[in-house]
Design a protein around this ligand. Structure first.
Ligand SMILES: CSc1nc2ncnc(N)c2[nH]1
Length: 158
């Protein structure tokens, strides 16, 4: 039976750019990604998203300004884990992105998003996000470098 683990993933937008962070250690190391991580028992998902963003690139957002734009699930052949990733986005933030021990932040134009240095699934669902759509995606991996199958469904509301 699958063990579900809840994660947040935050994308900060500014005009025609999106903020990504280069992960310097831990899970997803050496990949560009959004900001986020685990949800602690004593916090809401929105509070966790705002906390991780601050910890990882020193930006401050109000939890209430985070819009839930996607729900992603990741499963892995032969593994009992289901990663339940709640994706949030906002263009309302305070501060300037700063490098931390965890992440090196950088603004990217949409056409310059470095998919070759990101999780394989990102190039499949980023277009939905960049076009302002809401969606559900499930990606079934074999290891971390092969997607056996996936589905993406647009949603009218989250
Ligand atoms: C383990 S598979 C995976 N793909 C991902 N894409 C974007 N952000 C993540 N945290 C991701 N994890």
């Amino acid at each position: 039976m699958l063990v579900k683990k809840l994660f947040t993933l935050v994308f900060i937008r500014k005009e025609d750019q999106i903020l990504l962070g280069f992960k310097k250690r831990g899970f997803g190391m050496n990949k560009w990604n959004g900001f986020g991580g685990k949800v602690e028992p004593n916090e809401t998902i929105l509070e966790a998203a705002a906390r991780e963003l601050k910890e990882e690139c020193c930006l401050t957002v109000k939890p209430g300004d985070l819009k839930n734009i996607a729900h992603l699930e990741f499963t892995f052949e032969g593994e009992p884990t289901l990663m339940d990733v709640r994706v949030f986005s906002t263009s309302i933030f305070e501060g300037t992105p700063k490098e931390t021990e965890e992440m090196r932040p950088k603004w990217f134009r949409h056409e310059d998003v470095p998919f070759e240095d990101m999780w394989l699934d990102d190039k499949l669902w980023f277009p939905y996000m960049l076009q302002g759509k809401k969606f559900f995606g499930h990606f079934h991996y074999e290891g971390f470098d092969k997607i056996l199958n996936y589905k993406i469904e647009e949603l009218d509301s989250m």
